[in-house]
Design a protein around this ligand. Sequence first.
Ligand code: ADP
Length: 202
Amino acid sequence: MLNIIILGAPGSGKGTQAKKLIANSEFKQYPSSSGLIHISTGDLLREEMDKNTELGVHITDAMNKGEYVSDAHASQLVMNKTHEYGGYRVDGFVFDGFPRTLPQCLFLDRLLASFQAEVNVVINLDVDNLTLIERLLERGKTSARPEDKNKKIIIQRIKTYYEDIESIHKYWSDIIIDINGNGTPEEVNQRIINALSGESTK
Ligand code: ADP
């Protein structure tokens, strides 16, 4: 399996780049295999939110404040999603928005170990804060996500991100690759593909 984490602040383009990676058939090992599977905790949490359960209310509250949901909830959703693929020939997962804390890193290692797999590479998308804020405000004009419309919440989300990020970078320091996340989605995708092919020829 090829398991990739895409790390980056809100607005850094994690989701966009994850979608481009899973669309790339180069990562398919066998005609009958699935290719890479995209796991976005943001998407999983929004699905849960729409169900209006008690957990849904907790998630809405955290998101609206620009804070994280609990590690246990985020981890549980990721575990459920990976287990949906039990028995299939999965070429690997692209994790987008997970892990965001150290306990989530430890959880992911244990989860992948249960599939005799591991995290192979961490792509760190580097984008300066002003560009992040501009991108999120732009996204807020057309998206249904209320947390993209409010500058105060956007700034709080970026702050929340920086609280844990140092320990996460340290945790994955052996396999992390810094990618310049400025530019068009295609340019950034090309940088990632180049970096990944460099990795496979190491
Ligand atoms: P962004 O990267 O723009 O913040 P996401 O869709 O990835 O967007 O996440 C939206 C929100 O969902 C986050 O601000 C946070 O509240 C919550 N969230 C997403 N992933 C996690 C996670 N791994 N742990 C805790 N909370 C999370």
